[in-house]
Design a protein around this ligand. Structure first.
Ligand code: ATP
Ligand code: MG
Length: 576
């Protein structure tokens, strides 16, 4: 048992914090229960030898009454303690889940791009569930069992030393065997857990992208990998189960052997008048009392190992999540009028993705960012939203350096509309209202009209949009996202390929309709299709992580440079 293990210590601290002083009270109840349990065989021995043997009705009644009383108190205490610990388990598991979810919500880009969803889902489902079925009372029971074992051992020593010697040998054999098996079992369990994590990852990717997987005809490829991983899981599971079964059955045999050997030796002693029947029955009961704690102590290794694996994964993941902290001491910003990038450079790993970017975004102006795929447009947004920090250079909001500002207050003023918006499996209207609950109906209706969703909402009033909005078309999803963004009414609004799934006509119509919402705002539009950015006051052209040109469309066209080239390749589009 590794009490040194810091993750277990962390968990114990969390449980103690959640349970408070009541844990101590429950521990006292457990000691009381144990003491009452230890008394019972003694009462039984008196009942047999002095009551039955001594033919005393009085003693028979007194001992029976005492035995029943002890038993009732034990049951009541058990209900009380078990009920308390069950609730405590639930509370701590819920707390851990909450912490993990909250940390995920504050995750930085570094974590987001490196994390596997299946892994984290497995932790949220299985590992935390494992904690729910394993509580702090395990440790208390362990302490209790050690105490009980010592007390019972002393009683047995005084009852009959020869029989104890015989039982002792069997117990030692059991412990040696347990030790041997626990190493094997722990490794096997860890291996199974790792495979389950991988499997969850695959399942999650498959199920959540089912439509795309089928349409892209990669289902067979997926299933091949999945089946191989399943095979691996089955083999590792079988091996683990085999170890556990062998261990359980051999221990079971040693227990039975210990019992029958006690009857054999005890029987001979009774025949030789060296032991009374009451003493033998008490002895057997005490041996049982000794076996249970010994098995639990020996088995504790496996249980602790299992919980250790789960805790390592939970706390490991919690520690792995880099978060952006909502530092309350930092300056809060209520309104953003200007954003400046000053010599901002950035790289995700080795290669520079942004090189010396200098841009100013001002209110009441629409800035478009264009450039070939992979040139770093979305990366600018990621940095603006604080998902990643620049490797060098500075970003200012109204002249405040980013690092001096409270991130939550900055984000409250920025809305990003992505190409693939997030939709809940609820109604269209719920999806538009999401996060904008304070808006009145008139405003909501206005926004819906702007993005041309009135008819669809009427048609699908009772329907949900499906998981990830699968029951809507790409363009409809984007309309919902734009409506949601308009309702949010923040100072900065960014469209990253937000109208890419709309036809040219609808896009033009929506852009015209929503232009009244851009008053006093900083608007940034990223698009490949140049017709999307017609309304922009200024166009920034990027190439391989650098700004190569900027200005009005007329100016850029007259320059005959990068923009002109993009415009030529976009010619077909424009005619549409
Ligand atoms: N999380 C990430 N980790 C590592 N590299 C990344 C990550 N995200 C993007 N990149 C790389 O950074 C570069 C810029 O990506 P970015 O998403 O900013 O391009 P983009 O201009 O928005 O392209 P597109 O027009 O295709 O959306 C690309 O080469 C991309 O492969
Ligand atoms: Mg992009």
């Amino acid at each position: 048992m590794k009490w040194k293990n810091t993750q277990i210590k962390r968990y114990v601290r969390l449980v103690i914090k959640s349970g408070g002083w009541k844990i101590l009270l429950m521990f006292i109840f457990m000691i009381l229960t144990s003491a009452l349990n230890v008394i019972q065989p003694k009462i039984l021995s008196y009942l047999i030898d002095k009551g039955i043997g001594g033919k005393s009705i009085n003693i028979l009644f007194i001992m029976t009454g005492s035995y029943i009383l002890c038993n009732i108190i034990v049951r009541i205490l058990n209900i009380r303690t078990n009920n308390y610990f069950e609730t405590l388990k639930l509370v701590t598991a819920t707390k851990l889940k909450k912490t993990l979810m909250e940390k995920l919500a504050r995750a930085q880009g570094t974590y987001i791009s490196g994390q596997g969803t299946g892994e984290i889902l497995y932790i949220l489902d299985n590992d935390i569930y494992q904690l729910e079925s394993f509580g702090i009372e395990f440790f208390l029971e362990l302490i209790m069992n050690v105490i009980t074992a010592v007390v019972v051992f002393v009683i047995l020593l005084r009852l009959n030393i020869e029989m104890l010697f015989l039982v002792g040998i069997i117990q030692i054999l059991m412990i040696i065997f347990q030790k041997f098996m626990s190493v094997k079992i722990t490794t096997a369990i860890r291996n199974v857990r790792d495979v389950i994590g991988e499997l969850s990852n695959l399942q999650e990717q498959f199920v959540s992208n089912l439509k795309t997987v089928i349409l892209s005809d990669v289902a067979d490829f997926f299933l091949r990998i999945f089946n191989a991983e399943q095979q691996n899981y089955c083999e590792k599971s079988k091996k683990t189960n085999k170890f556990i079964l062998y261990q359980r059955e051999i221990i079971g045999f040693l227990q039975s052997f210990s019992l029958v050997a006690s009857y054999l030796v005890g029987g001979i002693m009774i025949i030789n008048a060296r032991l009374t029947l009451g003493e033998l029955i008490a002895f057997i009961q005490y041996v049982n009392m000794l076996i249970a704690p010994c098995v639990l102590i020996a088995n504790s290794n496996i249980e602790i190992k299992q919980i250790e694996v789960a805790l390592n994964r939970i706390y490991g993941e919690l520690d792995r999540i880099d978060t952006i902290e909502d530092d309350k001491k930092k300056e809060r910003i209520d309104k953003i009028d200007k954003i400046s990038f000053e010599n901002v450079s950035f790289r995700y790993s080795e290669k520079d993705v942004l090189k010396n970017i200098n841009i100013e975004f001002e209110k009441n102006s629409i800035t478009a960012i264009v450039g070939e795929s992979g040139c770093g447009k979305s990366t600018i947004l990621n940095i603006l939203y604080g998902l990643w920090k620049p490797k060098s250079g500075n970003i200012y909001f109204n002249f405040w350096p980013y690092e001096k500002l409270n991130i939550k207050s900055v984000r409250n003023n920025i809305t990003i509309v992505c190409q693939e918006p997030f939709l809940f499996n609820s109604s269209i209207i719920d999806n538009i209202k999401m996060g904008n609950e304070g808006n009145d109906q008139e405003k909501i209706d206005q926004v819906i009209k702007c993005v041309g969703l009135e008819m669809l909402i009427e048609e699908k009033e009772e329907e949900n949009v499906g998981e990830k909005g699968n029951n809507l078309s790409g363009g409809q999803k984007q309309r919902v996202a734009i409506a949601r963004a308009l309702l949010r009414d923040s100072d900065v609004i960014v469209f990253d390929e937000a109208t890419s799934n709309l036809d040219n006509l609808s896009q033009k119509e929506i852009m015209n309709n929503i232009s009244s919402y851009f008053k006093d705002k900083i608007v940034i539009i990223i698009a490949h299709r140049l017709s999307t950015i017609k309304s922009a006051d200024r166009i920034i052209v990027m190439h391989k992580g650098e700004i190569v040109e900027s200005g009005t469309e007329d100016y850029l066209l007259s320059k005959n440079g990068f923009y002109k080239k993009l415009d030529n390749t976009d010619e077909g589009e424009k005619i549409c």
